[in-house]
Design a protein around this ligand. Structure first.
Ligand SMILES: Nc1ncnc2c1ncn2[C@@H]1O[C@H](COP(=O)(O)OP(=O)(O)OP(=O)(O)O)[C@@H](O)[C@H]1O
Ligand SMILES: [Mg+2]
Length: 344
């Protein structure tokens, strides 16, 4: 059963209103959607196409493997099937489209950028358009410049851009600058998608399982296990099959969240993985038992596991920094000298 889009109604509304400003106007309006992997950026971009009524849709994203110049435009042109007549010299167009056997580049970067804008303008042809740029973070510098230019062009277009944060980008600085340029354009929409709340995850479970929905405790556990990440949630639902396995269906490594543990929490986790009691941990780290209890409860919350035993298993499977072994035993009485800390 398809999972309904939850928790993004406000964002979608804002995009719909931005479209109303485009339709009838002559200015490009960017709608920038950022978020960590799997937070639902592409899902929101598709929904944006449902709530708008463009006469032209141009969609592109970085293509496989190597980011090439003008990858976005090449993807757009490839998606058109038959290429229309365009007011651009054919050798330049071949270059922009990344045609095979393309002649050696004869144009300066500035000239190519102008020709790329001309190409998009001609494809839009003055009609209300939605331009979709998927995964800006994966694009080449030339495409980023082009998207930046389009943001301020007099085009009757909604420019829907999705991106992971710039620090994960192929060109981090240029991506950050392009995102800032897009967001600064007049009337721009700027949305950062976070995790779903426990209630929103519950809503999805209700929808998927109907009358056989899991208990609120299991729903809460699913929320913790997935960190409210829609991608991890949909994968878990697919793997678990029925509601009875949601709480303990083992998650493969690629679905597990890397929680932000402090150096001290990593140390405590290392001790848990060695099977130490709170009292032993307190002695080993030179802190009070009460402080250990606080660290342990924070660890359980952050890692989404139900018990200290599970935390130990989690640590062994997941945390490369937590190494458990006989040679660690001799360090137990030396606070701050566990390997867990040295790698934190
Ligand atoms: N708001 C939502 N409610 C329910 N399910 C969602 C929601 N957003 C996304 N999903 C589901 O989560 C999965 C991942 O979503 P999507 O591909 O849109 O994420 P993304 O942010 O584009 O990821 P990436 O960074 O990998 O491009 C999809 O299966 C989608 O159906
Ligand atoms: Mg996506």
């Amino acid at each position: 059963m398809p999972v309904p889009m939850v928790g993004r109604a406000d964002a979608l509304d804002e995009i719909r209103r931005a479209w109303e400003r485009v339709d009838g106007g002559h200015r490009c309006v960017p709608a920038v959607v950022t978020g960590l992997p799997g937070t639902g950026k592409s899902t929101l971009a598709s929904a944006a196409l449902q709530v708008t009524t463009p006469q032209v849709v141009l969609t592109g994203s970085a293509r496989l493997h190597s980011p090439a110049p003008y990858d976005w435009l090449a993807a757009v042109l490839a998606g058109l099937g038959e290429r229309p007549e365009l007011p651009v010299p054919s050798d330049a167009l071949s270059w922009l489209a990344q045609d095979p056997d393309v002649p050696r580049e004869r144009y300066t970067p500035d000239a190519l950028l102008r020709l790329a804008v001309t190409t998009v303008r001609a494809l839009v042809g003055g009609r209300p358009a939605v331009l979709v740029v998927e995964d800006l973070h994966a694009l080449d510098p030339a495409s980023l410049n082009l998207i930046g230019e389009l943001a301020t062009a007099d085009l009757p277009a909604l420019l829907v851009v999705t991106s992971r944060p710039p620090d994960a980008a192929v060109s981090p600085l240029l991506t950050a600058r392009t995102l800032a340029r897009l967001s600064g354009a007049p009337g721009a929409v700027r949305r950062h998608l976070g995790a779903l709340t426990a209630a929103q995850v519950g809503q999805i479970l209700d929808h998927v399982y109907g009358d056989s929905r899991p208990s609120p405790e299991v729903a809460e556990r699913v929320w913790r296990r997935t960190g409210g990440n829609p991608y991890r949630l949909t994968e878990l639902l697919a793997m678990a099959g029925g509601p009875e396995r949601l709480a303990d269906e083992p998650l493969p490594a690629y679905l597990q969240e890397q929680p932000d543990l402090t150096a001290r929490e990593r140390e405590v986790l290392g001790c848990l993985a060695e099977g130490m009691s709170n009292k032993q941990i307190a002695r080993a780290l030179g802190i009070s038992v009460r402080t250990v209890t606080v660290h342990v409860s924070n660890l359980l919350r952050k890692t989404g596991v139900a018990s200290r035993t599970e935390a130990a298993v989690w640590a062994v499977q997941r945390e490369p920094g937590v190494i458990v072994g006989a040679d660690n035993a001799g360090r137990r009485d030396k606070p701050g000298r566990t390997r867990a800390q040295s790698s934190a």
